[in-house]
Design a protein around this ligand. Structure first.
Ligand code: ADP
Length: 163
């Protein structure tokens, strides 16, 4: 049976760290769905539909990768997609405690689905969407952290926000 994995997150915006996880996970599964959280307690710069569109644009080269929005519980979305795997990226030990707790909670809610962690590639360990947003807001250069298209739209968005 084909194995579907979902890679859930906020992706506000998608970074080179996220894209690296996708490029390494895509060959491991038959189908990989990047699941963009629509309902999140985080205040986002981009709307859910914008985050989906941007991730889809950046990840268009992968035939078995799709990007979808989900609202509500991730486990409900995973069930709907018949996913067997929840994929998460791990940067540093600081990610571990939260990710471990989340994996335990998801296993309780959905025993048929397991979490797989991929360690980030060394050169992306320090990249997070929140730092990228902060640096861009303060006028810094984010071109080493995101795809040029993301840099363009984020810069545009922040300029507009300042006006
Ligand atoms: P969330 O709000 O769920 O943490 P994020 O968009 O911040 O959503 O992250 C989604 C997933 O991608 C998480 O598993 C996170 O650990 C992982 N991730 C984020 N940045 C990187 C990176 N630079 N390298 C590898 N994984 C990352």
């Amino acid at each position: 049976m084909a194995t579907t994995a979902i890679y859930p997150g906020t992706f506000d915006p998608i970074t080179l760290g996220h894209a690296d996880i996708v490029s390494r996970a895509a060959p491991l599964f038959d189908r990989l769905i990047v699941a963009v959280a629509g309902s999140t307690s985080k205040k986002t710069v981009f709307s859910a539909d914008e985050r989906v569109a941007l991730a889809a644009e950046i990840l268009a080269e992968y035939d078995n990768v799709s990007v979808k929005r989900f609202d509500g519980l991730m486990v409900d979305f995973a069930r709907q997609e018949q996913a067997k795997v929840v994929l998460r990226g791990l940067r540093a030990v600081t990610d571990f405690e939260y990710e471990f707790q989340l994996a335990g909670m998801n296993r309780k809610l959905m025993p048929e689905c397991d979490t797989v962690f991929l360690p980030t590639s060394e050169k992306y360990t320090y990249i997070s969407s929140s730092l990228v947003r902060e640096i861009a807001t303060l006028g810094g250069d984010i071109s080493d952290f995101v795809h040029p298209r993301i840099k363009q739209v984020l810069d545009e968005r922040l300029v507009r926000a300042k006006k």
